[in-house]
Write a protein that binds this ligand. Structure first.
Ligand SMILES: [Zn+2]
Ligand SMILES: [Zn+2]
Length: 276
């Protein structure tokens, strides 16, 4: 679980490892709302807090700004919430877009955050071995049930180092000629076969770029809408990993899907940011 801080002036929300790690976020963000509070005169830097009567003057510009950020942090420190999960925002029933390179450490931090709190994990991934390794390395315990769906083969007997109980992971190898409709149906059947009442379901789609480039923007959007509607029945969090900077068509598709997405997150240095 993480610490969460929501700005009182705009829609910005940050999740960080703990309260201490949030210091790097709050002061800079609040300063950006009141740039006029810092002024230069003669050789000195002045700051004048808009929230209280405190004002300071110093010769050291960087030192003055850092001191002001630390001061601003204290105004909001008691609004930082502990033990928060990103999916609390929509009670584990919603669609999240993760705006980051799909195979980056930043994206992995979100994968771990979601899958580590689920009983049933389904991952549609281009690289099943990388996915299994990630969960094995990062999670304290495997979810009750993990189903990895990929067009790439993955044989467990070659990977004896993975520490998982027999039967708790299944790898479903897809025929690469199948389209998004068949993929959606496969995922739906996997949910039917594996989802027990009360299970928290975490569904990751890390092949959105492949679907957009192999088909078209409309088909890719239809796929996400269909999965999202499927999860309305069972409950669960759908995570779409989509790096708009890497592919303008992915960016276009995500714009179309705006109404479908409950939360867009940018992972940065172990923190998760929802911009205003
Ligand atoms: Zn703000
Ligand atoms: Zn103040």
């Amino acid at each position: 679980m993480m610490a969460r801080w929501a700005c009182g002036h705009c829609g910005f929300i940050a999740w960080a490892d703990d309260r201490e790690a949030m210091r790097e976020v709050t002061g800079s963000h609040l300063l950006a709302h009141t740039p006029e509070a810092v002024t230069q005169s003669d050789f000195r830097t002045n700051w004048d807090c808009p929230y209280c009567a405190t004002a300071k003057t110093a010769y050291d510009v960087d030192g003055a700004v850092e001191e002001f950020k630390a001061h601003l942090h204290e105004h909001v420190a008691d609004r930082i919430v502990a033990d928060a999960h990103v999916a609390d925002r929509f009670d584990w029933d919603g669609t999240v877009r993760i705006d980051a390179p799909v195979d980056s450490d930043d994206a992995d931090a979100l994968r771990t955050h979601f899958h580590g709190h689920a009983e049933l994990v389904i991952a549609v991934t281009p690289d099943p071995e990388r996915f299994v390794r990630l969960l094995d390395d990062r999670l304290d315990a495997w979810p009750r049930r993990t189903v990895v769906v990929s067009t790439e083969a993955y044989r467990f007997d070659e990977e004896a180092a993975v520490d998982v109980e027999d039967g708790s992971i299944e790898v479903v190898e897809l025929d690469p000629r199948l389209g998004p409709d068949e993929l959606g149906e496969t995922v739906s059947r996997i949910i039917d076969a594996n989802h027990d009442a009360g299970d928290v379901l975490s569904l990751e789609v890390s092949v959105f770029h492949e679907i957009v480039s192999a088909f078209d923007v409309r088909t890719a959007c239809g796929f996400v809408q269909m999965l999202s509607a499927r999860l309305d029945d069972s409950g669960g969090s759908l995570q779409i990993y989509a790096d708009g900077d890497a592919d303008p068509n992915v960016s276009t598709a995500m714009n179309f899907l705006d109404g479908e997405i409950d939360l867009t997150l940018t992972p940065e240095d172990g923190r998760f940011i929802r911009r205003a």
